[in-house]
Design a protein around this ligand. Structure first.
Ligand code: AMP
Ligand code: FE
Ligand code: FE
Ligand code: ZN
Length: 274
């Protein structure tokens, strides 16, 4: 039975490899399928599908929705959504614009802190149109102000840091509903990094179908806990590497965290029953 990595970022958000390069890597890792889950966009899916046909790697279309639940950022993975759904497309466009405006404000703050960084420096480096803090972190490092992205987050752009600016996020329940209405499967991403276990039953009532049990930020205890929750509520168990970049410290490489292909078959049967 083949292995699948269901959580992968590309240059269409804050990953450093293009969809083509990511799929090529998946092929070399002998993966049967890859879930392309860029932050707040499905625009990289088409390129991934072209590469998928070339390399014989099945592409599971997805995205990672940054949502807000009472001031906490919760990530919801949405698999198999229709890219033609007008409501979802509109809200993702609003998020994209908000990310751009927020980058403008963050650069202003960074400049006031004395760093010689312009918006154009960031725009030069990006390939897609989803601007994220990692893009700004990369420029901060390129210009020699920090040695690592982690340091840039700690000193300047992490929450509560001097150049941090909030941005628009969709409410978690609304996001789940939008994914369902777009024919997709909503999955709670990396629950182990939040403190929202008691919220899971109401997320399920709201339409949540799955939970990401296998993720680089989950230790053995977290995996055990979320497996139990998945069994208790009959949730789909997913997993993936959350691959962004080959150079970020201890982050795992693409395909180093996988689930069996049966997960894809289960997703398809959930989709049919929707
Ligand atoms: P944004 O969506 O623009 O607010 O940026 C959030 C993204 O930044 C996350 O998805 C991670 O990829 C990355 N990130 C968050 N915290 C850190 C950190 N401390 N060090 C490096 N990258 C981070
Ligand atoms: Fe990211
Ligand atoms: Fe995430
Ligand atoms: Zn991710």
């Amino acid at each position: 039975m083949g292995k699948v990595d269901l959580h992968v970022h590309t240059t269409f958000s804050d990953g450093t490899l293009s969809p083509y390069e990511v799929v090529e890597k998946g092929y070399f890792k002998k993966l049967a399928a890859l879930g392309i889950t860029d932050h707040d966009t499905m625009q990289g899916i088409a390129d991934a599908e072209v590469a998928g046909r070339k390399f014989g790697v099945e592409i599971i279309p997805g995205f990672e929705f940054s949502t807000d639940y009472e001031g906490n950022e919760l990530h919801i993975l949405g698999y198999y959504c229709s890219q033609d759904n007008v409501n979802l497309a509109e809200i993702l466009n609003t998020v994209k614009v908000s990310r751009f405006e927020r980058m403008v404000s963050m650069v202003e703050k960074i400049k006031k802190l004395g760093l010689n960084i312009e918006l154009s420096d960031i725009l030069k480096t990006i390939k897609g149109d989803i601007l994220g803090r990692p893009h700004l972190a990369a420029v901060i490092c390129q210009k020699g102000y920090c040695k690592s992205s982690r340091e840039a987050f700690q000193k300047f752009i992490g929450k509560d840091c001097p150049a941090y600016v909030e941005r628009f996020k969709v409410n978690t329940f609304e996001a789940i509903d939008m994914i369902v209405k777009a024919g997709g499967i909503p999955v709670l991403a990396h629950p182990g990094i939040y403190d929202v276990d008691e919220l899971i039953p109401s997320l399920i009532k709201g339409g949540l179908s799955g939970i990401e049990v296998f993720h680089p930020d989950h230790d053995i205890n977290a995996i055990f806990r979320y497996k139990e929750i998945a069994f208790k509520y009959d949730l789909l168990i997913t997993g993936g590497s959350d691959f962004h970049d080959e150079e970020i410290g201890s982050a795992p490489l693409l395909g180093n965290i996988t689930v069996d292909y049966t997960c894809v078959e289960k997703m398809r049967s959930i989709k049919k029953s929707l």
